[in-house]
Design a protein around this ligand. Structure first.
Ligand code: HEM
Length: 122
């Protein structure tokens, strides 16, 4: 398997980025929903710190992923796909990229508006 995408297959970099982000996003939803419902404790603060760190990491990775996607065109869609289906798939993928950017940015905004430091206070 090659690093980059070919006309028929996704390359290793795209696959790794895809699965790493999929697992990390599911983890972040679980962590986010758990931490907001906890009673105030050192553990809760640790979980917020972990959530913010992984969230910012995801923001960096999605930026790299978008750059990689622009530099590495996606494999050609199967010939059996109609034009409408190809456009719908593209719109769905675009929507997912927008969400992957907007969710961590909105978390960052909420965090900044609440005037909590992004880093662990020393
Ligand atoms: C892919 C990235 C992210 C996902 C999937 C995610 C998901 C979530 C979820 C599900 C919650 C719980 C919402 C609720 O029930 O009220 C939450 C809360 C929160 N997230 Fe994130 N988050 C992400 C990135 C970030 C980032 C980058 C930051 C900050 C730098 C952040 C800061 C926060 C804060 C401060 C809360 C608590 C909000 C409150 O107290 O109501 N998140 N997040």
């Amino acid at each position: 398997m090659s690093w980059g995408n070919s006309a028929t297959h996704w390359g290793l970099v795209s696959r790794l980025l895809h699965w790493f982000m999929a697992i990390a996003i599911i983890f972040m939803f679980g962590l986010g929903l758990t931490m907001v419902n906890m009673r105030l404790s050192p553990m809760k603060l640790e979980m917020f710190m972990l959530h913010k760190s992984v969230g910012i990491l995801l923001l960096v990775i999605v930026t790299l992923r978008i750059i990689w996607r622009i530099l590495n065109p996606a494999p050609r869609p199967p010939r059996s796909f109609s034009k409408l289906l190809v456009r719908t798939v593209f719109a769905g993928q675009l929507f997912m990229y927008i969400l992957m950017l907007c969710i961590p940015i909105s978390g960052w905004l909420i965090n900044s508006a609440a005037n909590f430091p992004l880093h662990k206070p020393v």
